[in-house]
Structure formats: C-alpha cells, structure tokens
Design a protein around this ligand. Sequence first.
Ligand code: DHB
Ligand code: FE
Length: 291
Amino acid sequence: MAKIIAGIGTSHTPAIGAAVDNGKTAEPYWAPLFKGYEPSKKWIADVKPDVVIMVYNDHVNAFDFKIIPTFALGCADEFTIADEGWGARPVPVVKGYPEFASHLVQSLVLDEFDMTIINEMQVDHGLTVPLTLMYGSPKEWPVRVIPLAVNVIQYPAPTGHRCYNLGKAIKKAVDSWDEDLNVVIFGTGGMSHQIQGKRAGLINKDFDTRFLDNLTRDPEALVKIQPLEYLRDAGNEAIELVMWLVMRGALGEGAKEVYRFYHVPASSTGVGNIIIETKAFHESRKGKSAA
Ligand code: DHB
Ligand code: FE
C-alpha cells in the first residue's frame, strides 16, 4: 500500500535557484542558507522516497490570467522547465507518475475536491527550487514528482482550512493506492514576504516562528488564519503558506518535527524549512535506530 511518510515545508525563493545555477552557494550571503539545508538533504538521501507530491504555486508561467485553477493536479508523464524570462533553469525535466496521479484525482474528486486535471505543463521556480534545495544538482531527479498547483496569485486564494482538509483527502487517496510506495509531500512557498509595493521587503520573524511551532503541535490554530491576515501580518506573498497546510493535513495525528531551519536574509523572503514525519514512520525509524 502507498503511504505518506513525511512532509517537508520549504520556501521556494527564485534567487536561491539562481545562486545554485550561477555557482554562488559558497558566497558569504548564501553559505549560511545552504548550510541550513544540509541536514534536510541528508534526511531525504537516507529516506529515498519513491514519489513526491509537490504542493506549489505557479507564478504566471504555466497559467496566465486567462485561466487560474484553484487546485490543479499534474497527471503528465513529464514536466518541462519554464523560461521565467532569463532562460529555463538548467535542471532535469521533472518525471511524473500519470497512473498514480490519475488515481489521486479520481479519489479527490469523489471526495468533493474538484481538481483541475493537467496533462501538459511547464513548472517554474515554485517547484524546481524546493527540488534543488532537497536534492542538489543531480543529472536526473531521483524521484517521481506529482505537482499540485494551488492558486495563491490572484484573490480569492483558498483558505488554510480548505487546504488542510485537502491534505486530509490526499492522505486518504494515497492510502487507497495498492502499490508499495513511500510518499513525501512538500508544502512550498512562504514564509513571510512581500516583493512589491510600499511594504516590499517586509519580514515578520515572530509570525514565521509561530507558524513553524504550530505546524506540528497545533495546526488547528493555523487553519483559522484568514487569507487577508497573512497579507496584513506577513506580507502579500505570505499567502503561499496555505500550501504548507495541505502538507500538514496529509500527515495525520501525532506527527513529529525532526528538523527545522529559519534564515533571513534571502532575497525578500523569510526562508523556512521543516521536516515532519508521520507518527508511524517516526516510530519505525526510531525502532530501526535502536535495533
Ligand atoms: C521572491 C519570493 C517568492 O516566493 C517568489 O515567488 C518570487 C520572489 C523573493 O523573495 O524575491
Ligand atoms: Fe513565490
């Protein structure tokens, strides 16, 4: 049976991808950030998930303002890399898993989450930067990736509560796929940031810390934060954090935080990274290390 074993929260700041692509990771500005991701890279290299469900947002690259799906699931065989204005990032094509993704769509729609089906799509920094942060720069990505795109670009964005419930439905959908697969779900974007207007550069460390604290211990408190509160308290683009709540909803009760990192500055973003293991996976890992 397929199962979700853990969730990863990470920012997707495009300048991080550019730092890797242009060989700047050892520069003083970037070195502390990449150092902070080392334990996460080690974790995923140890765990080697078979499939990643990447909850991310497109930034007007795959979709334009003609059509903006609220929730859309990538069912294609592969996803090529978008040119965001300075050439496509030099990273491998992202391999999907059409059969499993189609099952997820079927289960989610029957569960009353009306997913848009995507059979062809390019992916932007929202998806590729988290892969780079976790996997580095391999020739091929060592995992199949199912993109789940959430609209946080144009209001109305979905509420955190809706996203959390979508996560619960994703867990149910994964659990009902009859193939032994270890699945890790990513919630990406955030944390506090505003990249335009009078408040450009706004970071709210207290907001971000509270969000990270509550993600494991009290997600029910976080789902009450309304879209406009993200904007007011943590900047226009902090609404991306609702995608972390999809991830959290898919982990169930008793999940355990095993790593956390927070860093400012990185472009305009309060960069956060967290790894949360499901109760069952955490206990099996502890059992193995004790044996
Ligand atoms: C930045 C962050 C984002 O999430 C994004 O999509 C674009 C830019 C930034 O911090 O510069
Ligand atoms: Fe973004």
